[in-house]
Every structure is written in structure tokens, then in C-alpha cells.
Ligand binder design. Sequence first.
Ligand SMILES: Cc1cc2nc3c(=O)[nH]c(=O)nc-3n(C[C@H](O)[C@H](O)[C@H](O)COP(=O)(O)OP(=O)(O)OC[C@H]3O[C@@H](n4cnc5c(N)ncnc54)[C@H](O)[C@@H]3O)c2cc1C
Length: 473
Amino acid sequence: MTASSNVADRAPRADVDVIVVGAGLSGLTAAHRLRQFGSTVAVFEAASRVGGRVSSAEVDGVHVDLGGTFVGPGQDRILALAEEVGVSRYPTYSAGRNVIRWRGEHRRYRGTVPPVGANLLDVGRIQLTLDRLARTVPCGDPAAAAHATEWDAESLGSWLRRSRASAAARDLIAIAGRTTWGCEPDELSFLHALHYIHQAGGLSSMLDTEGGAQEEHFVEGSHEIAVRLAAQLGPALRLSAPVRSIEVTDEGVRVSTADERVTARTVVVAVPPSQRGRIDFSPALPPVHTQMAQRWPAGVLSKAYAIYERPFWRDSDLSGQGLSDTGPVFITFDASPARSDGPGVLLGFIGGVYAREWDELPEPERRARALSSLADLFGPRALDAVGYIDQRWGAEPWVGGGPTAAPGPGAVVPYAAAVGAPVGPILWAGTETAERWTGFMDGAVRAGERAALQARNILASSSTDHEQTGAAR
Ligand SMILES: Cc1cc2nc3c(=O)[nH]c(=O)nc-3n(C[C@H](O)[C@H](O)[C@H](O)COP(=O)(O)OP(=O)(O)OC[C@H]3O[C@@H](n4cnc5c(N)ncnc54)[C@H](O)[C@@H]3O)c2cc1C
């Protein structure tokens, strides 16, 4: 007899042991681990595909990751999961010089520090200060930092001004912030920025390619991890099935979509914080949870991919990594396939203030502006793309933006605990609930694994209760 049939025998009134809401990496990981523990699951996904903020496309036979892409050292859980499902990785191309377009000038440089003139020392000072302050914010509990209230009351932008950061340092942090949180420095709680930096292992670990979070990507694409996890679920996975309501009952939970009503002992809600507000909870969630869903909005980050016959920039000893103090594309990577003789692919990010304008444009205009940005960095050959695709995450109805939640000033101290705190049998997953690498694919996997353990504990304690009740009868 399997463990799952054991639990089912003791809990005849529940259709399954655990319901998972959301088939992004976090929900799929939770379901995968629960099945490995021997539990039965049902997974509801609102969209017509799995993966959430990981997605993929083929452009002229070239695979591109439209959402989460890169992984790096310390991201042990996504690396282990990828290995488990047979998805392999290869290094992000970084040989040669990087380019920067700064104050109207074009420069090439090696290493991680861009040449921003006389302000270089100040950039170093700001980076060191951010790293030092970040280490004082406890991972998983930012409100417990000694200066939590003070730091939460201001934005990353106001802190930069108060610290007399040079314009160069402010602009470089803005570039980093647009990619990391999809927002401008004035929109983000300074406490959140520090917490995020700490749990990602510091600014270098978070931002660097070699030795950092952009070091590698997946040969088959990150989306393939989600696709392979989903394939194991069979009919337990329901697509195009947005969960409308979650009702707490005496036996556990009742979860409803437009077509189905399923009961379970517990539910793992693995949707972005801002999407929780679209589910009708009964009884209503404690007010702090409802408020949190309103005050932890998604950032705005979009991606543009240009495909070329060859990675022509490599001929000029360029890595394909570029930075720009103008938009719409403000940071680039070489995302060419692993084969060295294959086509070339440039990936450009459009985030924060740039994304808000660019996302509204029709596709031909978005393409023209993205290629023009690439040409500013890599020369006119960048205009001769043989293929092009972009993805506007703000237009994804069940995700609402990316790469992650971006709480503004004042939204962390009162609400951070509600992001992951269970409410009776309602458990939360999703990258925003992770204590390490929150915002990243690794955080999504960690959170899914943690939620699976929490669900297993609930199942174990409810079967113990049942045995005790049975013994007392
Ligand atoms: C442009 C971009 C670039 C990124 N780059 C990187 C990177 O290079 N490296 C990295 O590590 N991370 C990156 N990320 C972040 C990474 O993709 C996310 O952290 C991760 O994929 C989040 O997974 P998740 O499962 O927590 O949430 P999601 O992927 O958002 O999954 C939530 C799921 O819930 C579903 N859902 C919502 N509401 C309901 C409902 N009511 N009922 C049922 N289902 C519902 C959604 O459709 C979605 O599928 C990037 C993200 C973006 C957008």
C-alpha cells in the first residue's frame, strides 16, 4: 500500500491530499515533491500553458527564453531540479569586451566595472555601502532589521540622493534596478532593495555574469523544466482553469474554478502576490494578507530577442554584453545557442520607465526601437536581424508583470510577514515567499519545496488527529 493510499484511506472526504494553485516553477515543484512524498495532488493553472514567468519560443528554428533565463552559483535548488529532469546548461558567452553607451559616448571595456569617468570611485562607494547595509537585514525577515522602519520609509532613489551618490552611480543603480525589480529606484522600498541584495548573496553575486546569477543558461531552455514537470502530472494538471475561490472547511479546503470544485486537506497557492487578490477566500483572509496583495505589485520588465545569421559582434572581440543610459533597451546579453557555429542571438531588456512606454507600441515600432538600441551598442549590423521576437510581461494576464514583486516605501515592515505566513490550511509558495534567491527561478523552486514540506506536515498531523479520534471512539 502506498503512502498516498494510506492518507486517502484516512481522509475519505478529500478528493486529493493537496491542491496547488499556479503551475509556474514554484507550484510545479511543490506538486512534484508532494508526489514524491506519496501524496495525491491536483494542480490548477489559469493560463493555457505551464511555466508562468518562464516561457519559450522558437524563432527561425532558434530557441529563446522569454522569461527567466539565467542561473548562477549558489542557486542550488533550480540547478538540482534541472538536473533531476535532465535539462542541461551552458555558460553565458562573455569572452571579449563589453560595451557601454554613456552620456552620448560609446566605450568598450573588460570586466564588470563599466568606465563611467571620474565617478568610478563613487560607484564603488555606493556598491560597498549597499552590500554592507544589506548584510544587516535578516534573510526572510526584513522587518527584524535594526533600521527596518527607517529604511522602509524611504525609496532606493531617495537613499541614493541622501547618500550624495553621483549621477553616474544613481544611473547605474537605476539600470540594475530596472532589470532586478522592473521599476525605478524611487518606486522601491529601500529596505526591500537591501533584503533582496542580501538574500541573493550581495550585489556582485546578483548582477555579475561570471561568478554571478547570469553565469549560465539552459540548453533546452528554462521553460523545458516546467514542461517536463508538468508532463509527469498527467490529468492531475488542469490548464485554462483559473481558481476563483478557496473555501476553508472543517476537513480542509474546497477550491473552485468555473468548471470544477475539488476538496483537499490543504492548498498551496503559488501565484504572484498581486494575483492573490483575484481569488475569493472564504472566510476572508486576515486584512494584512489582503492589503499585502495590493501593496506588493509586479514590476515591469520586457525582453526583445534579435536573431542574426552569425554572432557578428564576436568578430570584433565583443561579448554581446552592453549597457546604455538611454532606452528602450538598456542592458544586453549574447543569448546565442550553445553550438559555436550557429546563429547569433542578442537579448535586450526593456524595464521600468522604458517598458511602460515601449510596451504600449505596436510590434513593428517595438522591433524598430529595440533594434535601433542594439545598433547604438553593436553597430549598424544589429539592424539586419533575420528574426525578432519580444515579450511584454505586463501584458500577461495571470502574471501581471515581472520579474518579481516590487513593494514601494512603507510596504515591507507591515506586510512582508504576510507574503509567506500560512493561514490555517492555506499555504503560500511562489518566488516572492523564498528566503533565498527570492525573485529568481531558484527562489521559486525553494519556495515550492518548502511549501511541499509544510503540506506534508499538515497531512501528517491531520492523519494523527484522525487516528487519535478513531482510538477515542
Ligand atoms: C523578463 C523576465 C526575466 C527574468 N529573468 C530571470 C533570470 O534570468 N533568472 C532567474 O532566476 N529568474 C528570472 N526571472 C524571474 C523568474 O522567472 C521568476 O522568479 C519565476 O519564474 C517565478 O516562478 P513562480 O512559480 O514563483 O511564479 P509564476 O511563474 O508567476 O507562476 C505563477 C502561476 O500562477 C498562475 N496563476 C495566477 N493566478 C492564478 C489563479 N487564480 N488560478 C490558477 N493559476 C493562477 C499564473 O498563470 C502562473 O503560471 C525573470 C522573470 C521575467 C519576467
